[in-house]
Design a protein around this ligand. Structure first.
Ligand SMILES: C[S@@+](CC[C@H](N)C(=O)[O-])C[C@H]1O[C@@H](n2cnc3c(N)ncnc32)[C@H](O)[C@@H]1O
Length: 220
């Protein structure tokens, strides 16, 4: 497989990640032991910086898992008394997320919704300053249709896992059938967000790859 980032460099950067409470370290261990894919702390730090820079207050997250990233997002909006809405399709993970959010004392800062993002987003009443997509990679294009109108002008859309552990550059004949479809859809998604007239997008090879898209202030 193709490495997105040199493993030694990755380890070094991770070693410089900010200190975090014991319950976050416990969540990191739980995720590793239970094969739950969560953002690494260096990606959490990038999201925090982007949120502070953009002064985001209202955040929508697609793909809560156990609420590890959600807690980072909630900390980042704390100075502006912001709010996170997060959606998780998996019942058991949503239960674990609710417990972790309670443990972090963030119940009043986070609204956790259970279900399929595409079914839920049309019923949300708010528009958002910052949207973080971290769910099924093959569905990013589908999510985008629903999410783009919900992103405020000047807001940021951050899509995670867009380099799919490097599979985006692996020739199709070397991928398994299911991977082929997901990777093809991801490549289409990246082409779309990098050429969309309403967005300015940068792809960052950190973690599993992030696409950071700024919604321009004037729609074209
Ligand atoms: C990579 S994990 C999210 C990790 C989390 N954001 C973190 O970094 O701590 C992806 C999650 O998205 C959820 N998911 C997948 N498809 C979804 C959908 N259509 N709607 C809502 N959640 C979805 C999965 O159940 C999984 O828990």
């Amino acid at each position: 497989m193709v490495e997105i980032i040199n493993p030694q460099i990755e380890k070094y950067i991770r070693g410089l990640a900010p200190d975090r409470p014991e319950y976050m370290l416990e969540m990191e261990r739980y995720a590793e032991e239970n094969y739950v894919s969560i953002i690494p702390p260096e990606v959490a730090q990038l999201l925090t910086t982007l949120i502070h820079l953009s002064q985001a207050k209202e955040i929508l997250e697609i793909g809560t898992a156990i609420a590890y990233s959600t807690i980072w997002l909630a900390w980042a909006v704390e100075p502006r008394d912001g709010h996170i809405t997060t959606i998780e399709i998996n019942e058991q993970r949503a239960e674990t997320a609710a417990t972790n959010i309670r443990q972090a004392g963030l119940e009043d800062k986070i609204t956790l919704l259970k279900g399929h993002a595409v079914d839920i987003v049309p019923y949300l009443k708010k528009n958002y300053d910052f949207i973080f997509i971290d769910a099924a990679k093959g569905q990013y294009g589908w999510f985008f249709e629903e999410l783009y109108p919900r992103l405020k002008h000047g807001g940021l859309l951050v899509s995670d896992n867009v380099l799919a552990e490097g599979k985006v550059v692996v020739p199709e004949e070397n991928l398994r059938h299911r991977q082929k479809t997901a990777v093809r859809r991801l490549r289409d998604y990246l082409r779309m967000v990098t050429s969309h007239p309403g967005l300015e997008t940068t792809i960052i090879p950190l973690g599993d790859g992030l696409a950071v898209s700024l919604k321009k202030t004037i729609d074209k």
